[in-house]
Ligand binder design. Structure first.
Ligand code: SAH
Length: 370
């Protein structure tokens, strides 16, 4: 029976648990260790939403599981689709708090932009999330749940090995992932597990505003790709845009980037740079940016500022962005200007409200003589 009486304990949700947590839960439940492995397969490879579907388990065992456990995703409070194919899910958790998850399909990949916190404590002055009052960390289950929801909606079960719609994951949604490191790390271990969701660390990018002491740990323990929200090349300007800079100024941040394990030409660190009219967008800023990232295997993502009601900034004009991009590009860095995506559904996902358009050398007009 599905109904719960008051005397029964609430059923625990198994979706989102890591291998160890699932094994511990099954041990406590009195099941043999291989049962935990079977459950893992059903939950993360097959995407089961019902114990009845777990046909490799005996019927009595499935019934016992169903009486004690749930296979639950976060609730979808709203699902929106953009004319350009971008999809956004507003997800609601048990306590009523909401975050957003965005899927951006591109020709050769599909990127899922995942949130790590409800709201954000960083109060970056150009970012809408920073104006939200309520802030709490997401549990690792709630981070994994975002990936499960996308796979459900895109019909991607069992986890495909090729022709996937979710090929990449970026932690560029709401929140600062390095301020919720433990949960993010636990969630990514589930996401990366080859017998489950199976998204490789090479396809995962964690974006940080620059929590310097945690960057090292992230590199050593998770070894995912790193994106850094730089946005300014002088401390006085960055102090205003990203107040965390007062704690970890540019020089320290770049030092941590230089030491990031695994950074190489094949695995470059992404520097995100939001283009704000008259604030950080001059040719001198571009030249200083090139100087600063010198020696770091880097790429630069120029993000047109996505305005929100009451925002104290404007987006730089196209020609300004182009001139900036040309300087960075001429110095040997790829500096794609991102094409805004999903603006009609107000996707608040960092750079993923835009998707990269790589400009190939051959397509670029020659630089004017200096
Ligand atoms: N806290 C992390 C991840 C979330 S923000 C970080 O700071 O990197 C993801 C990206 O979106 C960051 O580069 C952020 O600076 C950028 N972003 C936030 N608001 C934006 C806006 N209104 N327009 C353009 N980019 C924005």
């Amino acid at each position: 029976m599905e109904t719960e009486t008051l005397s029964e304990p609430p059923r625990r949700n198994l979706v989102g648990l890591g291998r160890e947590a699932l094994a511990a839960e099954m041990a406590e439940f009195g099941a043999e260790p291989f049962r935990a492995r079977q459950l893992w397969h059903w939950i993360y490879r097959r995407g089961a939403t019902d114990f009845a579907a777990m046909t490799s388990l005996s019927k009595p065992f499935r019934d016992k599981l169903a009486a004690r456990y749930l296979l639950q995703r976060p609730a979808i409070s709203r699902a929106l689709g953009s004319v350009d194919g971008t999809r956004k899910w507003l997800l609601r958790f048990a306590d009523g708090e909401e975050v957003e998850t965005v899927h951006i399909p591109e020709e050769d990949r599909g990127t899922l932009c995942v949130s790590s916190q409800v709201g954000c404590t960083l109060t970056c002055s150009f970012c809408h999330t920073g104006t939200q009052r309520l802030v709490r960390n997401l549990a690792s289950e709630e981070i994994v749940g975002q990936v499960m929801i996308a796979r459900d909606a895109l019909g991607e079960w069992p986890s495909p090995q090729e022709d996937r719609q979710v090929t990449n994951i970026v932690l560029m949604g709401m929140g600062e992932p390095l301020y919720n490191y433990e949960s993010v790390a636990a969630a990514l271990k589930v996401v990366m597990d080859g017998e489950g969701l199976s998204i490789s660390r090479r396809k995962i990018t964690l974006s940080t505003a620059g929590v310097v002491p945690m960057i090292r740990r992230c590199g050593a323990e998770l070894a995912v790709n790193l994106a850094v929200s730089l946005h300014a090349v002088r401390d006085d300007i960055r102090d205003r845009l990203v107040p965390l800079n007062r704690k970890y100024p540019i020089a320290e941040l770049l030092e941590a980037c230089r030491a990031y394990p695994g950074a190489s030409n094949a695995r470059r660190i992404t520097f995100e740079y939001v283009m704000l009219k008259g604030v950080n967008d001059s040719p001198a800023d571009a030249r200083e940016l090139v100087r600063l990232v010198g020696g770091i295997p880097a790429k630069v993502n120029l993000i047109p500022f996505n305005p929100w009601p009451g925002a104290p900034y404007e987006c730089s004009p196209d020609a300004t962005i182009k001139a900036f991009s040309d300087i960075v590009f001429a110095a040997g860095y790829s500096a794609p200007v991102r094409t805004p995506r999903g603006r009609d559904i107000l996707a608040a996902c960092g750079q993923l409200k835009s998707a990269s358009v790589r400009v190939r050398r051959s397509e670029r007009p020659p630089l004017p003589a200096a």
